[in-house]
Design a protein around this ligand. Sequence first.
Ligand code: SF4
Length: 324
Amino acid sequence: MIKYVFGPVASRRLGISLGVDIIPYKTCNLDCLYCECGKTTDLTCTRQRFMEPRIILEQIKEALSQESHIEYITFSGSGEPTLNLDIGRIISGIKEMTSIPIAVITNGTLLHLKEVREEISQADLVLPSLDAASDDIFSRINKSHPDLKIESIIEGLIQFREMFQGKIWLEIFIAKNINDTDDEIAKLYEAAKKINPDKIQLNSLDRPPAYDDIHPADMKTLEKIMNDWNDLPVEIIKRIQKRNEISSFSKNLENNILNTIKRRPITVEDLEVMTGKNKQELFKYIDVLEKEQKVLHKIVEDKIYYTPFSVPPKKNEPGTSSTN
Ligand code: SF4
């Protein structure tokens, strides 16, 4: 039987998250250059019933009966979830079975449709993306379906903000020499200001992309945007790959983190208390140490712990993969 539910996985943004994938592989109305799931094979704007909602709800129920420490049930996966005509029905079905918050990761392109806004407004957290504010850049970075127009997408996001009671975290992916010009960044700023999300998360490439002609923005570019947009709630979520990407790299802090993790498994919240540094700063070091296989994260009970890489996860212990 096809599995529509995956995880739980440790997610940087959402903690311990049970994933729900309600779209056939790479069915999307965008074909983003940076997509980590590969090239879109079915580029469509047509909303459809892809599978029987009852089967998805049964699988979620089954997963919830086996896992008790899930922080979010998250609609994500390898396509655009709002293309599924039944998303509203599935969200309300989940709401009837659990009080665990529901998150929807969406490209936001169908929010100009009133019915889509209403359907996903039942969620607790919506994470739309917006990588361009002009049509030429939109079609370049997102290789968008020809029916989509950026002005209408931005308008949809603004209207959704006006009616949605939950939280909106807007993700903006910055790619070198594509959407990082002063002109496009200024337009994105105006759009973000009007959308008025609870958070703006700047991201860039840190996993193999679908297409070769895209390159990551460097940390300096992201930090400049964050500083220039200081009247908006901006944070950076890009994974740091190398030490020299950490603008104020401290060997002492890295040693401190490593030594603490060697003594006992530890959460990032513990590290915040012990080092006096905030999560954002600590994750820069943890990303490098994980990439170098010096540190590993594990989900135990309701928390994400960091341990030395040499301690393998116990058999049957929950997953150690990371998404989002
Ligand atoms: S919207 Fe998401 S799933 Fe669709 S192509 Fe872009 S990154 Fe991939």
